[in-house]
Ligand binder design. Structure first.
Ligand SMILES: [Mg+2]
Length: 168
């Protein structure tokens, strides 16, 4: 499965993903990672640019769903409720189950669903396993945890390959 770790494009941030461009590709559901994708670790509430992006997605007929691996019991719930979107915490990415449950809840098929996240070995791998288009974003902030730099370095070849095959 050489392609299972390769994303469909690497984007500077989620807001670089234009809702109209996604809709033109047949996307109806965006599954989004939380930490370092929508906001940095520990930031509890959506920022104005994320609120605006979610509203633009809705105008394009696309729903946003928070698919988080956070084990902090209230983090995903609080963030999702503040943004007004459905969520699933402790999702077990890169296992496929969380992706399937989310799509079932939202009534969407894999071919009309994308996953946007900052990590190859959870977000991208799980999306590829579930048949969902994996979109990778640059992590918002690597500082604060040396492990994040190491993981980012290990991910580098997969990012490079992903840059050559953008989805939008
Ligand atoms: Mg993340």
């Amino acid at each position: 499965m050489p392609f299972s770790l390769i994303p469909r494009g690497v984007y500077p941030s989620v807001t670089a993903l234009e809702p109209e461009a996604l809709a033109a590709k047949g996307v109806r559901l965006v599954l989004a990672d939380l930490d370092n994708t929508l906001v940095p670790y520990k930031v509890p509430e959506p920022t104005p640019d994320i609120v605006a992006w979610k509203e633009a997605l809705e105008r394009a007929g696309i729903r946003l769903f928070l698919l988080s691996n956070s084990r902090k019991p209230h983090r995903a719930r609080h963030f999702a409720e503040a943004l007004g979107i459905p969520f699933q915490g402790h999702s077990g990415k890169p296992k496929r189950g969380g992706y399937f449950k989310a799509m079932e809840r939202m009534g969407a098929r894999p071919e009309e669903t994308v996953m946007v996240g900052d990590q190859i070995f959870t977000d991208t791998l799980g999306a590829n396993r579930a048949g969902v288009v994996p979109l990778l974003v640059e992590p918002i902030r690597l500082a604060g945890n040396p492990g994040r730099y190491i993981r980012y370095a290990v991910e580098t070849p997969f990012r490079a390959l992903g840059r050559r095959r953008p989805f939008v």
